[in-house]
Write a protein that binds this ligand. Structure first.
Ligand SMILES: O=C(O)C1=C[C@@H](OP(=O)(O)O)[C@@H](O)[C@H](O)C1
Ligand SMILES: C=C(OP(=O)(O)O)C(=O)O
Length: 451
């Protein structure tokens, strides 16, 4: 077995022999709850007008960091028994804006949703609040949040470098009003400010100015989640979002499973020419992962949706495709394109360079290491058909790099993935669920038995 290198974050990381599938898989899989929905609802529960309950929420590193951040800001977060397959429900008691917190530290880990969503919420508290995270978190884009908070009149000390770590002096209220930011490096800057906006004195008129905002589905999710909790949001003019001041209604709701994280499992159907079913697929959703229906069909799969189950069956070959703005789905898509028999062009994903790692560089390096043909462009990737061989696929502390390596390993014998534990960022159960696909079938969801 290979030994760890600097491209696999954990000093304790080992290489995970990716299970190879000599024949078609036939599996049924349920995955844990959506990171994006869990962390939005956690933030909104902390701002709500009473206690809220998240049913079947995500329990992963990113959600645990969010829970710890909210507790540090004075919210109560309690685990209570629920019906979720992947852990307890969460009951949240909101923050008390007037309570003096003194000096507080928030660890953002590598979670974009924590480093971007929590500072505007923290600005509504009273105290000196310091944000920091993993070494790589210190180079993820943060400027627009820091500039945005300053534009709202909040004092931020970033030592002259607009990035983590930084400290904000929160005075218990934010007046709000009109604010212009450049959100071209992440949609999370918009979502972050909108989530807190209703609790600003005048609400918020947020305007984006700059190159296009990526990952617009995630902003649509934020808007819909806010509206569902009684917050008025006007998004009728492109690049403008107007949040009216008012209460955030306390709630009790179930969190949908993470459709982006269902992606690698569905991709297994294409990689092995098999069939993978995901039950409880929402009929309507704001999750970007709903795009699997069209993306996987473009790559040659048959996709059916019946009685709430999405069924994907791989074709005789994986087709290359040209796909635009696949957002957080891109690493999974790229893994399939590396197994395709014609060229693919992925565009509109330049901002992936600011994700958990520089995903464009990482994908090119790791696909090339396995003998593939991948090239970076200004805003994406070109991946050409070329047979792959055994070898190591490094994960760079990036859960979606690790799952991309696992997908390739289904079809290419002898792939070893660095630091598979990094999948705990959003899906700690990944290795178990992945192995479970080999023992699953039409009726037995992977990961529900003992593996
Ligand atoms: O708001 C969210 O929950 C997310 C927004 C997107 O961020 P970017 O706009 O930075 O791509 C996405 O990639 C990330 O995984 C989750
Ligand atoms: C970009 C991602 O995460 P984050 O929320 O940390 O930005 C992701 O999960 O693909």
């Amino acid at each position: 077995m290979a030994s760890p290198t600097a491209t696999d974050a954990s000093p304790h990381s080992t290489y995970w022999p990716a299970p190879f599938a000599p024949g078609p898989l036939d599996a049924t899989v349920r995955v844990p709850a959506s990171k994006s929905l869990t962390n939005r609802y956690l933030v909104l529960a902390a701002l709500a007008d009473g206690p809220s309950r998240l049913r079947s929420p995500l329990h992963s590193r990113d959600s645990a960091l969010m829970v710890a951040a909210l507790r540090a800001l004075g919210a109560g977060v309690e685990e209570v028994d629920g019906e979720g397959q992947f852990g307890p429900d969460l009951v949240v008691t909101p923050i008390d804006q007037g309570r003096q917190l003194g000096e507080v530290s928030v660890d953002c880990g590598l979670a974009g949703t924590v480093m971007r969503f929590v500072p505007p919420l923290a600005a509504l508290c009273s105290g000196s609040i310091t944000f920091d995270g993993d070494p790589h978190a210190r180079i993820r884009p943060m400027g627009p949040i820091i500039a945005g908070l300053r534009g709202l009149g909040i004092e931020v000390d970033d030592g002259g470098r607009p990035a983590l770590p930084f400290t904000l002096a929160a005075g218990g209220s934010v007046e709000g009003g009109h604010l212009v930011i450049d959100a071209s490096s992440s949609s999370q800057f918009v979502s972050a400010l909108l989530l807190a906006g209703a609790r600003f004195g005048q609400g918020l008129h947020l305007e984006h100015s700059g190159p296009p905002v990526p990952s617009l589905d995630h902003i649509a999710m934020t808007v819909q989640v806010l509206r569902g909790l009684g917050v008025e949001v006007d998004d009728s003019v492109p690049d403008h979002w107007i949040v009216s001041p008012g209460p955030v209604r306390a709630f009790d709701l179930r969190i949908e499973q993470d459709l982006s994280n269902a992606g690698p499992f569905l991709a297994a159907a294409l990689a092995t020419r098999g069939t993978v079913r995901v039950p409880d697929w929402p009929a309507e959703t704001t999750q970007v992962g709903d795009q699997w229906r069209t993306i996987l069909a473009r790559l040659g799969a048959t996709v059916e949706y019946e009685d709430g189950t999405l069924t994907v069956t791989g074709g005789p070959r994986i087709l290359g495709a040209d796909l635009v703005d696949t957002s957080e789905l891109a690493p999974t898509v790229a893994a399939l394109c590396a197994l395709a028999d014609s060229e693919s062009r992925l565009t509109g994903i330049a901002h992936l360079r600011g994700h958990e790692t520089d995903r464009l560089a990482a994908l090119v390096t790791e696909i090339t290491r396995l003998g593939g043909d991948a090239e970076e462009t200004a805003d994406g990737l070109i991946i050409r058909a070329r047979p792959l061989h055994a070898g190591v696929f490094h994960s760079y502390a990036d859960h979606r790099m690790a799952t991309a390596g696992a997908i390739i390993g289904l079809a290419v014998e002898g792939v070893e993935v660095g630091d598979i534990g990094t999948t705990a960022k959003t899906m700690p159960e990944f290795p178990e669920l992945w192995r479970g696909m080999f023992e699953s079938g039409p009726g037995t969801p992977a990961g529900t038995g003992t593996h």
